[in-house]
Design a protein around this ligand. Structure first.
Ligand code: NAD
Length: 510
């Protein structure tokens, strides 16, 4: 037997890049002997092998982050802000480098990858304002000679556990505000597309961030559990699927941590009879098939009200053959492959299941997928989808758009509100009164009015309701600052010692 044949199956072969941890400002090769494959989804080839950390390796990262916290929390707000400004400049200058890594490992088209970096950059820009964001309150003379003021202080070591679908933006949602607040940070990126985290680490170092403030440990369940159980980790931000979000929330809180865990989604777009049909069709197609439907804010379900159904389905149908599917590096391609072969096959299974369960398959992406070994699927449209069908109930997370037909606005609203998820939703109408009523009534965290993907700008916070969020805090924006700090209120007086006396009464202000 050759040496290669006897090597463990998940061991990197020489032509496959090894992707290591980043601890204390340097690359640290994993010593667990375990790794995971990283693919180029457009070709199906394995391009990398990412080290999987053990609990002991996670512990090493936590120790470094804890030691660094003692000094990082003393760094002035203006210096922290200056580093964020430099990071902003560097990420901006390296937009394309980051985007190329995203396209190579995730598969999304380059223009979409550039968009991802741009939206992450907004959160770094927000974090540049940390001196203002951490301003406390001050009340003079709450009682004679007594002042009260409030401050917010960092928590310590915080961890971020992120999904495959936004390998740069979602980490930026977390580390930029967390670090600006004075915490040190350990990122556990998705093992499917881990390389962007290492370029971001280098840019932070170049921006002047002290070594040990930002660390990356790669891995799977073992690394995640080690972070959740480690007494040295104070808080955990998680973004990913609902079952893991629930697990992370329950395990992290059981171990005394503050946790925000954002989960999956099933985003409905309601189209009323008065909507502009072409505009609604453009929006539905863009929001359903952008990034091959692998967005937590993708529109996966259109709900047509009344007689708009036939017109809208036809308007969507005619748009589908024009969507160019292929490798994300090709300039005119609009939709890339899915993340893995298994995920592609799982997504494709909903088309057949939908047909068997009574949906009308208007477009079948299996017939239009580009040939080759890439993890491609064309775009699919299922009409007459009903709430009992798997294609309605599950988060498909791929380029399969369902249409459910109802007669009234109330029925459409009920569908959204009865859904276990509550991430994003949108309404398309020209009636301002109905739109206002919808935003008042609907049970979802992010609402679009004639906007299909209502991802909030960085100075608002992002988060869903129901099974789309476990914990109390939304992510980034003002709630991000609150999440990554804890409040302290100081009551202070500077009396003349000559007036001092013993008084066993409870302090009163009058
Ligand atoms: P995922 O839940 O499989 O993985 C997310 C993270 O959890 C990864 O870092 C992964 O390594 C880790 N993980 C996976 N299995 C684990 C286990 N058994 N124990 C501990 N850790 C585990 O999610 P994904 O497939 O990478 O991402 C897609 C999902 O993320 C979709 O459901 C999507 O809706 C969701 N998402 C939600 C938001 C949001 O803001 N709500 C944003 C992006 C993605």
């Amino acid at each position: 037997m050759t040496e290669l044949a006897t090597a463990p199956r998940d061991r990197p072969t020489p032509q496959i890049a090894r992707i290591s941890h980043w601890i204390g400002g340097t690359l640290v090769a994993g010593d667990s002997g375990r790794s995971g494959p990283v693919y180029n989804p457009a070709t199906g080839e394995q391009t990398g092998a990412v080290d999987f950390a053990t609990a002991a390796e996670v512990d090493r990262a936590v120790q470094v982050a804890r030691e660094t916290f003692t000094t990082w929390r003393t760094v002035s707000l203006s210096r922290r802000s200056e580093i964020m400004f430099r990071l902003r400049q560097l990420v901006d200058a390296h937009r394309e480098d980051l985007a190329r890594i995203l396209t190579a490992e995730h598969g999304k088209v380059l223009s979409d990858a550039m968009g991802e970096v741009a939206r992450g950059l907004e959160v770094i820009e927000f974090a540049c304002g940390i001196p203002t964001l951490l301003k406390g309150g001050f009340s003079e003379q709450v009682s004679t000679g007594i002042d009260v003021y409030s401050i917010r202080q960092p928590l310590g070591v915080v961890a971020g556990i992120t999904p495959f679908n936004f390998p740069a933006m979602v980490p930026m949602w977390m580390f930029a505000p967390a670090i600006a607040c004075g915490n040190t940070f350990i990122l556990k990126p998705s093992e499917k597309d881990p390389s962007a985290s290492l370029l971001m680490a280098r840019l932070m170092q170049e921006a002047g961030l002290p070594d040990g403030v930002f660390n990356v440990v790669h891995g799977d369940k073992v690394a995640v559990e080690a972070l959740l159980e480690h007494p040295g980790v104070s808080a955990v931000s998680f973004v990913g699927s609902t079952p893991i979000a629930r697990f992370v929330y329950e395990t992290g809180t059981r171990h005394g941590k503050r946790v925000q865990a954002l989960g999956g989604a099933k985003n409905h777009m309601i189209v009323l009879p008065d909507a502009d049909v072409d505009m609604a069709a453009d929006a539905a197609v863009s929001a359903a098939f952008g990034s091959a439907g692998e967005r937590c804010m993708a529109v996966s379900q259109v709900v047509t009200v009344g007689d708009v159904a036939d017109r809208l389905v036809e308007a969507i149908r005619v748009r589908l053959p024009k969507i160019k599917v292929g490798a994300g590096t090709e300039p005119d391609v609009e939709m890339g492959p899915l993340i893995t072969r298994e995920h592609r096959d799982r997504v494709a299974s909903y088309i057949e299941q939908g047909r068997e369960q009574g949906a009308t398959v208007v477009a079948d992406g299996r017939e239009t997928a580009p040939e080759g070994d890439g993890f491609f699927l064309g775009v699919s449209l299922l009409d007459n989808v009903t709430p009992e069908m798997d294609a309605y109930r599950d988060e498909i997370f791929g380029p399969v758009l369902g249409v459910t037909r109802v007669e009234t606005y109330e029925e459409a609203l009920r569908l959204v509100n009865e859904n276990p998820y509550g991430n994003g939703t949108a309404i398309f109408t020209r009636d301002g009164g109905v739109a206002r009523q919808f935003q008042f009534d609907v049970e979802a965290g992010m609402v679009g009015v004639n906007v299909p993907i209502p991802v909030p700008v960085a100075y608002y916070s992002f988060g869903g309701w129901k099974a789309s969020l476990f914990g109390d805090s939304h992510i980034y924006g003002p709630e991000g600052i609150t999440f990554y700090t804890r409040g302290k209120v100081v009551t202070s007086r500077w009396p003349d010692p000559a007036t001092s006396k013993v008084d066993l009464g409870f302090p009163q202000t009058r």
